[in-house]
Design a protein around this ligand. Structure first.
Ligand code: MN
Length: 194
């Protein structure tokens, strides 16, 4: 794994903050293929308005504590060495500690993530979420709950994006489908579960 010296950009939003490090991981191509083969990917279930659906992407979960996400309980799972290494890098650069990671694998533009906030009670007040991106960039849309403020960032291959401050309480974020995008993207979102 090749880590460049970080050069963070900060985006101060109303009620939240993003810290973005664009070219953090230099050998992201190699890591993308290692993540595809070495992690336990599955198509999850989500419960929306009382009905169960398959998630329109693959996901994986590793963590020291159980986590309930979209009404699905994820059990504690030991860290594979590659994820442990990436967690160490993210902790060192961000200055935060994490004890879990949710991975999402968008295999093409047909895979998406609906608008949501990472605000489950076990994430605590003002949770920090640290997102590593590998592969084809996808625009990440932010919408303030006030219905007015919007922000879009397209995290680059090998980048780290930190969501900090009260952002999860005031904003939602998601990734839209796109007919133009055929490449794949993996994101790893590190969290701390209390
Ligand atoms: Mn999220």
């Amino acid at each position: 794994m090749i880590i460049s010296s970080p050069n963070p950009e900060v985006f101060e939003l109303p009620d939240g903050r993003l810290r973005y490090i664009e070219h953090l991981i230099t050998d992201s191509d190699t890591l993308l293929s290692r993540l595809k083969t070495s992690l336990n990917w599955y198509q999850g279930d989500v419960c929306l308005f009382g009905r169960n659906y398959k998630t329109p992407r693959l996901q994986c979960w590793y963590g020291d504590k159980a986590y309930t996400y979209s009404k699905v309980r994820l059990e504690p799972t030991p860290w594979p060495p590659l994820l442990q290494q990436l967690k160490n890098v993210v902790e060192e650069i961000s200055g935060y500690s994490f004890n879990s990671v949710l991975g999402n694998w968008y295999q093409s533009g047909q895979h998406n993530m609906g608008m949501h906030a990472d605000n489950e009670p076990e994430l605590g007040q003002n949770p920090v979420v640290a997102m590593l991106t590998f592969g084809t960039p996808r625009p990440l849309q932010f919408r303030h709950r006030n219905g007015q403020d919007r922000f879009t960032i397209t995290p680059a291959d090998g980048s780290l994006l930190l969501m900090e401050g009260p952002i999860q309480h005031h904003w939602r974020h998601g990734i839209n489908k796109s007919k133009k995008i055929t490449g794949e993207r993996i994101s790893l979102t590190f969290r701390f579960i209390f």
